[in-house]
Design a protein around this ligand. Structure first.
Ligand code: MG
Length: 263
């Protein structure tokens, strides 16, 4: 049973989402050649804790850090370490924060210095896939309408999506029902209802869709070594559409964070 959240719960999730957005902003400002992924992890954790929340990922299933830092062919779940970012890398930053028992979850891919045309194009496809999927979020639509929109958009633009990693419901648990794949037919799955809270997260490969997990049991890479990008917002379903929760509402330009040039 997937429950809609109450107004009080949604308000708490807005606060969790704002903390995620502020951590994202701090990390984004620190991304440059020469910085280590561990330094980015410390920056995010400090923002999250200073604002009275805790990092959702730390200890989740034994994950050893506060954020996921996934560089180049790493799709998701990269562990922050002494890896030094260099000019031309791309890095996906996935951040979760738990505030008063409710989670926010968001991811974004960033260019480190000057990156290739191929990397820029991949990032654009994955970013716009997020907003293409979000267009299907409204009360009365089916869950797989989101999946279908993302999958067809990515395929039409020459990318591929992994089959084994999905978006998800979110609330008092980081991962709740339903799973929201990034591909598949429309018109299936649960009916979306006002107040449901979802993390929509297209992951896109420049090459083939296959993945493998490294020996650390976390780091997911593209099997063919191609670049990967990952964009995610936590949203609440409304009658008309959706409201993005993983933004800073005090910044006007954050209201549609990342949507420029898409839909
Ligand atoms: Mg997520």
């Amino acid at each position: 049973m997937i429950s809609a959240k109450s107004q009080r719960e949604i308000e708490t999730m807005r606060q969790a989402g704002k903390i995620v957005a502020l951590a994202r902003e701090a990390v984004a400002a620190a991304i440059r050649p020469g910085v280590t992924t561990k330094q980015l992890d410390r920056i995010a954790e400090k923002v999250i804790r200073d604002l009275g929340a805790s990092p959702s990922f730390k200890g989740y299933g034994g994950f050893p850090a506060s954020i996921c830092t996934s560089v180049n062919s790493v799709l998701v779940h990269g562990i922050p370490d002494q890896t030094v970012l260099k000019d031309g890398d791309i890095i996906s930053i996935d951040i979760g924060a738990c505030f008063q028992g409710y989670h926010g979850d968001a991811a974004w891919t960033y260019a480190v210095g000057n990156v290739s045309e191929e990397a820029l194009r991949l990032m654009e496809i994955a970013r716009c896939a997020l907003f293409t999927g979000l267009e299907q979020v409204k009360a009365g639509n089916r869950c797989s309408d989101i999946s279908h929109a993302i999958g067809t958009f990515v395929e039409a633009n020459g990318g591929s999506v992994p089959i084994d990693y999905t978006g998800h419901g979110i609330g008092t648990q980081l991962h709740e029902e339903p799973a929201i794949p990034n591909f598949g037919p429309a018109g299936r799955g649960i009916l979306l209802k006002k107040g449901m809270t979802l993390a929509i997260e297209p992951m896109v490969h420049a090459g083939k869709p296959h993945t493998r997990v490294l020996a650390d049991d976390w780091t997911v890479v593209t099997k063919d070594g191609s670049l990967a990008a990952h964009y995610e917002h936590t949203v609440v379903v409304t009658d008309e559409g959706y409201e993005i929760l993983t933004i800073n509402p005090d910044k006007e330009e954050d209201a549609v964070y990342g949507q420029a040039g898409c839909h």
